[in-house]
Design a protein. Structure first.
Length: 314
């Protein structure tokens, strides 16, 4: 009985010490984090506000919630993404492209919101943004920082944490049979993003009005795909859901499935002699593609057009 009592006291003391350590860690991160600048009348923030905010953060303590994330790499990754939005990289061989496209838009829409959200998630293990609470399970917290053989994503723990958290939080019909993360699920249906799920994520997280045309298995029907996209690009941002297997042909893949698999952000588009010249963002860079109008129709399954909301409009 005495031994049992002593063990109980010892476990209680350990629990108190752990709780105090977490409180102390949170206080240190909060104390070392600059106040968030607010611009009256503005819906979102600017890139310069986000840069000014993160550059005041010199170092981070290790997080008790994300044991495999190196603080210095996390901070470097966060700063790089804010300084160079095009550097966002979903990882080689993963199903994170939808989350990468979302993040690319997020960093244009509200970079300061992105920075504060990721810092809260790192420091507290969970975070709330626009009434959405992200509270990833232990399996996600152990995996972030440990992904390997994904190209530059290997050394970008902030992006690993964010993509894994998004994939865990948002579910669509492609994820219905695999809701719990297991090793390697970043490459499987657990992380997949169908078109409706992508549009739902953007509506909830971004300060944009959006209009979507198309579907997972049906191409948008319109007289001129080029005219529609080029007109929408004049007044907003356009994301395309495309069949990436056709765009990036590989000799060893004989079967080209006629389904969309990839999200890209349109940057420039022009046409001459029935050939479309198209520049877009994906996988940490901007790429130029030249294709016929018929081929362009074959690869585009979804078109989402984003326009900024007015101040005070939600």
């Amino acid at each position: 009985m005495k031994l049992h009592l002593h063990n109980g006291i010892r476990y209680f003391i350990k629990a108190v010490v752990l709780t105090c350590n977490i409180i102390l860690f949170t206080a240190v991160v909060t104390a070392g984090t600059p106040a968030i600048p607010v611009t009256p009348g503005k819906v979102t923030s600017t890139q310069q506000q986000a840069i000014d905010y993160v550059e005041k953060i010199r170092h981070l303590k290790p997080s008790p919630h994300w044991p495999n994330i190196k603080p210095a790499l996390f901070l470097k990754n966060l700063k790089t993404n804010i300084h160079d939005i095009a550097s966002i990289y979903p990882g080689k061989g993963t199903n994170f492209c939808g989350y990468g496209a979302l993040t690319y838009l997020f960093l244009q829409d509200d970079p300061l919101g992105y920075a504060t959200l990721l810092l809260q998630l790192y420091g507290e293990g969970k975070a709330t943004f626009r009434s959405i609470t992200f509270d990833p399970p232990p399996a996600i917290k152990l995996e972030a920082g440990e992904l390997k053989y994904k190209g530059l994503l290997d050394i970008n723990p902030a992006e690993q944490m964010w993509y894994l958290t998004l994939a865990d939080h948002y579910k669509g019909y492609l994820n219905i049979f695999n809701h719990q993360y297991d090793d390697g699920d970043e490459n499987r249906f657990w992380a997949s993003v169908n078109y409706a799920k992508f549009n739902r994520m953007t509506r909830e997280l971004l300060h944009y009005n959006s209009k979507a045309k198309g579907a997972d298995l049906m191409r948008p029907k319109m007289a001129s795909l080029y005219n529609y996209i080029s007109e929408k690009m004049k007044t907003g941002t356009v994301v395309l859901f495309i069949n990436n297997r056709i765009v990036h042909k590989k000799d060893h893949i004989r079967l080209k499935l006629g389904v969309p698999t990839h999200f890209i952000v349109a940057e420039k588009i022009s046409i001459e002699n029935d050939v479309i010249t198209f520049m877009y963002w994906d996988y940490g860079r901007k790429t130029q593609l030249q294709v016929s109008t018929d081929f362009f129709k074959r690869i585009v399954f979804g078109i989402t057009w984003f326009t900024k909301k007015e101040a005070n409009a939600e």
